[in-house]
Design a binder for this molecule. Structure first.
Ligand SMILES: NC(=O)c1ccc[n+]([C@@H]2O[C@H](COP(=O)([O-])OP(=O)(O)OC[C@H]3O[C@@H](n4cnc5c(N)ncnc54)[C@H](OP(=O)(O)O)[C@@H]3O)[C@@H](O)[C@H]2O)c1
Length: 220
């Protein structure tokens, strides 16, 4: 049996690092994508700023040359630039930056890497409850709008890749104590990572095009 190969973006800290660490422990060959590279025991560190188009193509080339395939992509890198504020006062630059990192980069990564994915491949987009249209968020509008866009990207990709047997899902880790979530968040890094890892390790491979938290479907 060859080890499954997983690329996790945003693996320098927070949830991305925990997910990468746990996948190493599960026996995956882990490619830890980071823009600020720091060693991660057992993982292959890949320099990757997810907003760098050339960098994304270079990573796809490197994965193809070194590993020939990719079984799992976890799009975890994300930014929260506007903790407060409302939609009437969003700065255009913050909105653009949020879209670039949180919605467009995951799509570009999938476009570059999906040719390396076999049937049974899994793409996990780390979204947020803040992106749910069914429960309108009144905080961080640039962030929340960009996560709604990521959810839309997820649905589109799921339909596009369904015939190829590749699952694409969005997941909310809950409110987690990381640099982004802050110290007041109720959930541990482990609980947040569990929510993400369920889609990699436990979900039926046929499940695609859904939004999940703790292994339960949540509304868009
Ligand atoms: N924490 C929560 O409560 C919570 C709730 C819902 C959803 N989420 C989502 O979970 C994901 C991880 O969040 P977190 O809480 O772990 O955040 P975090 O502690 O702030 O870490 C964010 C990670 O994203 C990376 N990143 C940001 N922009 C990048 C770029 N252009 N290229 C490459 N890496 C980039 C950061 O890298 P650097 O070290 O280089 O900055 C860092 O590794 C995000 O998508 C976030 O929206 C978090």
């Amino acid at each position: 049996m060859t080890q499954p190969i997983a690329l996790v973006t945003g693996a320098s800290r927070g949830l991305g690092r925990e997910v990468a660490r746990r996948l190493v422990a599960e026996g995956y060959t882990v490619l830890a994508g980071m823009r600020n590279t720091t060693p991660l025991p057992g993982a292959e560190v890949i320099p990757l700023d997810v907003t760098d188009e050339i960098g994304i193509l270079a990573v796809a080339d490197a994965v193809k040359i070194r590993h020939r395939r990719l079984d799992v992509l976890v799009n975890c890198a994300g930014i929260l630039l506007d903790q407060a504020g409302d939609a009437c006062s969003i700065e255009a630059s913050r909105l653009r930056q949020s879209f670039e990192t949180n919605a467009i980069a995951p799509l570009r990564l999938v476009q570059a890497l999906v040719p390396l994915m076999p049937r049974g491949g899994r793409i996990v987009n780390v979204s947020s409850g803040g992106g749910q249209l069914s429960t309108p968020a009144t905080w961080a509008p640039a962030y929340c709008i960009s996560k709604t866009a990521l959810n839309a990207v997820t649905v589109q990709l799921a339909e596009s890749l369904r015939p190829r047997g590749i699952a694409v899902n969005a997941v909310c880790p809950g409110w987690v104590r990381t640099d982004m979530g802050g110290p007041e968040a109720p959930r541990s890094l482990q609980q947040g990572a569990d929510s993400i890892l369920w889609l990699v390790l436990q979900a039926d491979p046929g499940l695609t095009g859904g939004f999940w938290r703790d292994g339960e479907r949540i509304p868009w």
